[in-house]
Ligand binder design. Structure first.
Ligand SMILES: [Fe+2]
Length: 278
């Protein structure tokens, strides 16, 4: 057994007129807390969008209710802010509610390290998600500072994926990831460590391997698509020579792979632009 990380994301506590998924969030989170009590992971990662935002005062109350439930976890916990945590609240206000600083961090995880990439997630209407330059620069230098196998955790996926059929993002693909996310991708590919990323935001469970880097996105805890019932999705990542990832809930999935520092060769140009061979 390696270093075990329990993952929960997109809790979305609150009440929305349609779907009502957020109305079930605290009871779903309580089930996760109970599961963590039995599984005893080394760490819990909560990847953001703790609430369904309303206004500043309501959001503070919702955040406090989630924080109270997270405080019952029988394991160290680290949270990352999602865009809904930032719609009406500052980073500082989230820090005050959760009780710890929410800057970028590198955690020791035995044979692994975990990068908590807390790039800002505030979304400007019509502008999508802008990545502050300093967040990108911090990531570049953190990635290159060690060859240790690395788990990179963030709210917004650090790569572009096809959003076809995604309920939220098919028509809004520009807010599924940061504008200019190609720069993030090239920083990831340039790293010299076995690298796995895990994120939320897109509300569905996916795994992609891109040029030798593994990208995992986990379903929202309370997502009601595609089954119609809250997904009750949470995951366990077991970080060793191999990585296993088990996502629980009504829409489960299991995956095992061996991360490597090897990268694919650079993509070829268009074949039609290449010199003809004899
Ligand atoms: Fe979300």
């Amino acid at each position: 057994m390696g270093f075990r990380v329990a993952v929960v994301t997109d809790i979305h506590h609150g009440i929305r007129p349609a779907g009502e998924r957020g109305g079930n969030a605290l009871s779903a989170l309580k089930h996760f807390v109970d599961w963590v009590g039995k599984e005893k992971p080394d760490l819990v990662l909560e990847l953001g969008d703790r609430i369904a935002d309303v206004d500043s005062e309501t959001d503070k109350r919702l955040q406090r209710e989630v924080a109270e439930m997270l405080s019952r976890l029988d394991a160290p916990v680290q949270s990352i802010n999602g865009n809904h945590d930032r719609d009406n609240l500052s980073i500082r206000e989230n820090e005050q509610i959760l009780g710890y600083a929410m800057g970028h961090e590198v955690l020791d995880a035995g044979d692994w390290r975990i990068i908590l990439w807390r790039a800002d997630t505030q979304m400007a209407r019509g502008w999508g998600l802008s990545l502050p330059k300093e967040d990108l620069e911090w990531l570049k230098s953190a990635l290159l500072s060690s060859d240790k196998p690395t788990l990179l955790a963030s709210h917004v996926p650090p790569f572009a994926q096809d959003m076809t059929t995604n309920h939220y993002f098919e028509a809004n693909a520009e807010i599924a990831n940061y504008r200019g996310c190609e720069e993030i991708s090239s920083a990831l590919i340039s790293s010299t460590c076995p690298l796995v990323t895990v994120s939320g935001h897109v509300h569905w469970t996916t795994a992609h391997q891109r040029g030798g880097v593994w990208h995992l996105t986990q379903q929202a805890l309370t997502e009601i698509y595609p089954t119609g019932a809250p997904a009750m999705a949470w995951g366990m990542l077991d970080l060793g020579a191999d990585v296993s990832w088990d996502v629980h809930g009504v829409d489960p999935m299991s995956l095992r792979f061996t991360p490597s520092a090897k990268r694919w060769a650079r993509p070829l140009p268009r074949f039609s632009d290449m010199p003809a061979t004899a």
